[in-house]
Design a protein around this ligand. Structure first.
Ligand code: AMP
Length: 273
């Protein structure tokens, strides 16, 4: 990978980078398309990163389909697929991790305590190897975006982060590799999550400013499915990710909901000003 990117740099070609865990879908390809518009070469990495999965989480079961991913990546115009092995990325005696404090504490970080340490470590390593000018991330993982931007700023990594909108099924469900875990009935119920976020947005538009009321609106709607188990519904400042007591700024409303084995996350950013 280094040889390739060194060559590209010597030819003064710009590199756009899309990190993924594979099982590729339109959410990933929307980022690829944007990268292709803005760079000479687009690199897509596929790596199911063990260090971002906690004990008892779905690392072993996470969907992997290398053959199909490679076909789809080529079809969507990816120039280079970087597909390293776990052994290469984490050899024996591996000891170094990157931690972004504070931003990793709440939301998903509170429920998955080692998750973001794994994300920042692997993305830091991938950026070192690939040295892209631009990296493309999805808004669906809003906390991940905030943490990675902070890491890049703090560690002086010379890369620009571009954030793509969340791509959804026609009924509103955010695309995710983990949607494969949904049973037919869970899939039918799953659009409740985005519907609930839209109801929250409408309530704020009509003047509601109390996070507790917004949270209740969301919870009540999602609980219409007997199959849903809410992990969290939070209303936080979009920059600090700290909970707000009164909605008067740009807020991130983020939710995580279990449907059976699938833990779905989604969010919406609302400018209350
Ligand atoms: P993943 O393979 O799930 O780790 O995701 C790789 C990248 O794709 C991350 O930057 C995600 O935020 C982004 N992504 C995943 N799902 C979507 C989606 N539905 N819309 C936009 N971006 C997405």
């Amino acid at each position: 990978m280094r040889k390739e990117t060194d060559k590209l740099r010597s030819q003064k070609k710009s590199i756009g980078f899309v990190p993924t865990m594979g099982c590729l879908h339109e959410g990933h390809f929307s980022l690829v398309r944007r990268s292709k518009q803005e760079n000479d070469v687009t690199v897509l990495s596929i790596f199911v990163n063990p260090t971002q999965f906690g004990l008892g989480e779905d690392f072993a079961k996470y969907p992997r389909d290398k053959k199909n991913d490679v076909l789809l990546a080529i079809k969507n115009g990816v120039d280079i697929i970087f597909y390293p092995s776990v052994k290469k990325m984490y050899p024996e005696r591996y000891l170094t991790y990157i931690t972004v404090e504070k931003l990793s504490d709440g939301l998903c970080g509170a429920r998955r305590p080692t998750h973001f340490r794994g994300v920042t470590t692997i993305v830091g390593k991938l950026l070192n190897i690939i040295s892209p000018q631009r990296m493309y991330l999805g808004q669906k993982d809003a906390q991940q975006v905030a943490i990675l931007k902070q890491m890049i700023y703090d560690l002086h990594i010379p890369v620009k982060v571009l954030v793509g909108a969340t791509i959804r099924e026609t009924d509103g469900l955010a695309l995710s590799s983990r949607n494969k875990y949904l049973s037919p009935q869970e899939r039918v119920d799953s659009p409740l999550v985005f519907q609930a976020l839209c109801m929250a947005k409408e309530a704020i538009r009509r003047g509601q400013r109390k996070p507790t009321v917004i949270q209740e609106i969301i919870k009540t709607h999602i609980k219409k499915s007997k199959l849903a188990r809410i992990d969290y519904v939070e209303c936080v400042d979009a920059t600090t990710l700290l909970p707000v007591k009164h909605i008067h700024q740009t807020v991130l409303i983020a939710v995580a909901v279990f449907f059976g084995k699938a833990r779905l996350i989604d969010n919406i950013v609302i400018d209350a000003k």
